[in-house]
Design a protein. Structure first.
Length: 389
């Protein structure tokens, strides 16, 4: 929240303007040449006069970058066209032929594909590690990975990684720790404050929050962000100014939305856990969860995603998803409306069937991303669908 007197914008506008400009002009060609000479415009402030060309920066994106950096308690930030553009830019910045990355599992399907399929084509290999097991992380460090990338809670198993413990190991072994904080959101968790070097978001999810934009972000120390900014400038995965403005608008309600989603998810997880037709529930907020102790230590809320398995396997899971009222059958998560899907068939379909199970993606797992609807309505819909099974 802003401290002190709220800032107004040009013309005393209450809301920041959208600079829908790809190009910024100069009074004299010498001034433009001098600006080019002094390096790409990586502007430190929104009011800076060094903007040249929007692939290298635009004041609207820049305001969002600084807002996100503040939310993640970091010095600087960078916004992208999607979460995947952010992840790829980080991997391209710190990878080089012959090096190895350690990657926590499970991770989002396309993230898996970047590390398992795309990067090895350029000589960057990946070893997959269960980062919720500190012993496995310790063993992984013996291979001297340049970077450890993980999600916590992880998609779709909601496994939790002890970030302080992993950060200590990474520091000792000179390994960059990059955490995808999409599931937790900065409302519930700040990985950099727990020792990570960089934090990543798919802005498409809770931060955007309304299923109406695609975006990504990275936040961290200025030096690292400046290196990633150069990759972004060359490769071009920038966020459009209008999408950046929409994200800024979404930030105003982020805390309210996430608090309701935390409450809804916990209530749903408790309901499912008690239900005789449910085989297993995955939610770090449940007292029965093996991840609760670490989650309580590092998170302020347990997040808006619940995964579960029904008795009766994949056939029952499909039938349940099709019958459930009040939820959309869709990919993505973090929206105002509840979204439901079966990861092994959809968001994690790209992970080979033979390894899905061993990477924490059971075939019949159902993933629910709760919305901000009234808790009683959400629970009533689930109770009805379970009864009808
Ligand atoms: C945890 C996580 N990270 C990254 C991404 C990729 O984000 P985007 O779809 O914005 O590229 C996703 C997408 O579902 C995700 O779930």
């Amino acid at each position: 929240m802003a401290k002190g007197k709220p800032k107004s914008y040009p013309h005393r506008a209450t809301v920041p303007p959208i600079y829908q400009s790809a190009v910024f002009d100069f009074a004299r060609v010498e001034d433009l040449a001098a600006q080019i000479e002094s390096g790409p415009a990586f502007p430190p402030s929104v009011d800076d006069l060094t903007y040249i060309y929007a692939r290298g920066g635009n004041p609207t994106q820049r305001k969002l970058e600084l807002d996100l950096a503040a939310l993640e308690l970091t010095d600087d930030g960078l916004v992208f066209a999607s979460g995947m553009a952010a992840i790829t830019a980080v991997a391209l910045t710190f990878g080089e032929s012959g090096c190895e990355f350690a990657v926590g599992y499970p991770v989002y399907g396309d993230t898996y594909a970047v590390f398992a399929d795309l990067l090895p084509r350029f000589g960057v290999s990946a070893s997959f590690v269960d980062t919720s097991d500190i012993g496995e992380v310790r063993r992984a460090m013996k291979r001297s990975p340049r970077m450890l990338f993980c999600e916590t809670p992880a998609n779709p198993s909601l496994a939790v990684t002890d970030l302080k413990a992993v950060a200590r190991l990474c520091k000792k072994h000179d390994c960059l720790l990059v955490v995808d904080n999409t599931f937790a959101t900065p409302v519930n968790q700040n990985p950099v404050a727990l020792g990570a070097d960089l934090v990543i978001h798919s802005l498409t999810k809770f931060i955007g929050g309304h299923s109406d934009l695609v975006g990504g972000a990275v936040a961290g120390g200025k030096d690292l962000i400046t290196r990633i900014r150069l990759t972004q400038f060359i490769t071009g995965g920038i966020l459009d100014p209008f999408a950046a403005w929409l994200v800024m608008r979404s930030l105003k309600t982020l805390e309210l939305r996430v608090q309701r989603q935390n409450e809804n998810a916990l209530a749903l997880a408790k309901l499912l856990e008690k239900h005789p037709k449910v085989a297993r529930v995955y939610y770090p907020g449940l007292t029965s969860s093996p991840h609760r102790r670490i989650a309580k230590k590092q998170m302020r809320g347990f997040g808006g995603i619940v995964s579960f398995e029904l008795k009766g396997g994949l056939r029952k899971a499909k039938r349940f998803v099709n019958r459930l009222k009040g939820a959309r059958i869709a990919v993505s998560l973090g929206s105002t409306e509840t979204l439901i899907q079966i990861p092994a068939l959809i968001t994690h379909r790209i992970v080979p069937k033979g390894v899905q199970e061993s990477l924490g993606i059971p075939r019949d797992l159902v993933r629910v991303a709760v919305g901000i609807e009234l808790t009683d309505e959400l629970l009533a819909n689930f109770k009805r669908a379970l009864k009808e099974l």
